[in-house]
Design a protein around this ligand. Sequence first.
Ligand SMILES: Nc1ncnc2c1ncn2[C@@H]1O[C@H](COP(=O)(O)OP(=O)(O)OP(=O)(O)O)[C@@H](O)[C@H]1O
Ligand SMILES: [Mg+2]
Length: 462
Amino acid sequence: MNEAAQFYNPEQCRNEAEVESKFIVQYLLPSLGYPPESWHQEITFGAFRLDFLAIAGNVIGKSDQLQVIFEAKHPNQNLDRHRRKLRHYLSSLGVRYGVLTNGKMLRVYELVAEELELRLQVPGREVPMHLDQLRQLVGKGSIEVLPDQDATPEPAIVTPDHPTTLVQSLSSSSTEKTMKVIAVYHNKGGVGKTTTVINLAAGLCKKGKRVLVIDLDSQANTTFATGLVKFQDESADNIKDRNIYHVIIERNKFTIPEVVQKSSFTFPAVDVIPSHISLTTKEAELNDSPQAQTRLLSKLNEVRDHYDVVIIDTPPSLNIFARIALLASDYLLIPSDLRPFANEGLNNVRTFLEGLNEFREMMNRQPIEVLGVLASKVSTIDKFIKHTLPKMEKLVEERYQFPLLNTRIYERRDLSAALERVVELGDLDIPDPQSIFDYKPHSASAEEFEALTKEIMTMTGL
Ligand SMILES: Nc1ncnc2c1ncn2[C@@H]1O[C@H](COP(=O)(O)OP(=O)(O)OP(=O)(O)O)[C@@H](O)[C@H]1O
Ligand SMILES: [Mg+2]
């Protein structure tokens, strides 16, 4: 190694691009023995976009164990926030080792029994002193095939000359087509749940996903926000006899296709199961009926081939409708404005989840997977963003032990205006809400929801 390489200090990288180019491309990969043809940058598998994938072995078969994923982050980024995504990449793609670095710190993780184990952590400036250790762990030719990994995805024929073979093999093993059900829930009111449901649904729809939205809140805000309430008085109410309550209470009637309505709050149109104010009077009845509590889950199972993703809006409460939503879901997304009461409410969410997961276990269902807390309705005041927000985000992760999503949704007038849109018809104002993508596709809010859509797609393998 030349002298310059011995004294290289990645802590001088100023941004993510420098971590990628100066540290990983120019220093780390060559130092670990990877020639340029043995690694790929910006490689995409379905919804995954990896910064680097290096091929440590040069073999036929068992290749997935012989790859290393390198992820570069901005020097200001806390690596803890990216562990979860790395675990997801490794687990979904069947790769054993991942390297995560922001220049200031470098970590090597190994995926063992679906969990990440930290194998090495080195401050950036000390990387040159630890190259031998790094080479042994993730260097070219270092990784051995585990004998007990026969159950991992189809072996791929991989040589550095055939990156496309690798892409095809990995994408087919990672894009298992199953419907994902995501509940958007927090027991604190007004934190942006409904706004998240609407715009995330639109974002996914615009990515070509087949989306179903379910409103399980008796306030019916999603039903309003998807423009299904066109009537002015009760006599014209066309929802009261065909809504989510009927799906839940009736065993043999009111299947999902019978109850869905097409909504044009976004383009292409999305299927929505509406809610109704009358749900408030049904709580006692549903509390006494364990069968009804799992009926949404059973009916969703009947439409697994019709949708890629189902997004459920929930009430700001710990009530039976929240329970039904979370029993039917695979994933939970928790929007929060990160204000004091919203943060404290996370304790209630945790306790609620514990009881719920016990019930799921009895049903032979995995615990619900918490995608994390989504910072939502975040004030754009500079002082708040600089001083209060980082503290609040830290509290979520450290005190309340919930992961945080990378995306933040800021408080912006465009978002509420899009959902409050009306069209005039004679003397009448008819509600005509739109998603932010349809209302102002080039706005900051549309960009934020685009980022959220991508993040959710990556996390859920959509
Ligand atoms: N990011 C945002 N920027 C501006 N306004 C927002 C934003 N998010 C939500 N709002 C507005 O805040 C209000 C509450 O939002 P929303 O209905 O999404 O919250 P919620 O958590 O679903 O409330 P509830 O608990 O009552 O169901 C609405 O008027 C909405 O338009
Ligand atoms: Mg709501």
